[in-house]
Write a new protein. Structure first.
Length: 279
């Protein structure tokens, strides 16, 4: 229990330590651009934090995220066989970060091509943080992957701005949406998540792995709310969002499979939900 309660504080410590590292890094690189405004500096700071913490987050997320995108997850439990439709068609990922799942996409596309199955054929990756977006390009080197994979340098709220995003996403045009620890970061979910719902085709799949609020007990959610006071300015994301409720309420769904991942402690201060919604 103590471990779970202290874990966010460990991450906040890493974020605090990333602050001087960010200042030194950009000064030494002569990249004064990072200091032009608070929000630009905040992005640079988060990028330094996430480049270090991201791999750890990937390690804990991968046992759920990979089966989720392979259609091998139900009720929060990983299945041996494919039980629902894997990632396919035109995909939009929100909050791409350093591109942790890019190699997985690449592999999936290659395998689908080899086996003649329906894999993803276009992937849009939304990432408004220019310092993180820049790290993405390094991953997108392999031959034709560049034709398939497009980084959109905007957040979810900017997707409708064709000039800024460089792409026009039509309503009801997406086969899949992927949100992996991204919905904790977006502004105004009540306003922006309906936009995403609209982009999704009828029958389209929304794959979710998000951290949410702790509903286990009043004491635990109280501790979580207290932690959030410090967490929000340090990590730039929300700890106590009821994302499952917001997603369910977006409109009509043909199918909803959202559950806590198997084996997560009830004391978790960063508890998750995992699963798929089908429109
Ligand atoms: C906790 S990180 C997770 C990154 C990635 N999904 C992963 O699993 O590594 C959240 C990401 O959301 C991005 N983000 C912040 N605001 C956003 C917005 N308005 N729209 C889309 N993404 C946003 C952040 O820049 C960051 O890369
Ligand atoms: C769209 O993006 C462009 C380029 O970033 C910006 O100049 C413009 O103000 C944006 N338009 C709206 C309506 O936000």
């Amino acid at each position: 229990m103590i471990r779970e309660i202290l874990f966010p504080w460990a991450l906040m410590t890493v974020s605090a330590l990333s602050l001087p590292v960010t200042i030194i890094k950009f000064l030494v690189a002569g990249d004064l651009h990072a200091f032009t405004s608070w929000s630009t500096f905040r992005d640079a700071w988060f990028a330094v934090f996430w480049i270090n913490v991201g791999p750890l987050a990937k390690q804990t997320a991968a046992p759920n995220v990979i089966p989720l995108l392979q259609g091998r997850l139900k009720d929060g439990k990983v299945q041996d066989k494919v039980v629902s439709q894997p990632l396919h068609g035109t995909v939009l990922e929100i909050g791409r970060g350093v591109g942790m799942w890019t190699q997985f996409y690449q592999k999936t596309i290659d395998e689908a091509e080899k086996e003649g199955t329906a894999g993803p054929d276009k992937i849009y990756a939304s990432e408004p943080n220019r310092f993180l977006a820049a790290t993405l390009k390094k991953h997108v080197k392999t031959a034709n992957f560049e034709e398939v994979y497009h980084v959109l340098p905007v957040g979810v709220e900017g997707l409708g701005n064709t000039t800024a995003s460089g792409t026009k996403i039509e309503p009801e045009s997406l086969d899949c949406i992927v949100t992996v620890q991204g919905l904790c970061c977006i502004p105004e979910p009540e306003k922006n998540l309906p936009l995403l719902y609209r982009y999704l085709k009828k029958g389209g799949h929304w794959y979710v792995f998000e951290h949410v609020r702790n509903d286990e007990s009043t004491i635990l959610s109280g501790i979580q709310s207290f932690t959030e006071i410090f967490w929000k300015p340090m990590i730039c994301c929300h700890l106590c969002r009821d994302t499952a409720k917001t997603l369910r309420g977006l409109g009509e769904w043909e199918e909803i499979d959202l559950a806590p991942p198997q084996g997560e402690s009830p004391y978790e201060m960063i508890p998750h939900i995992v699963g798929t919604l089908v429109k």
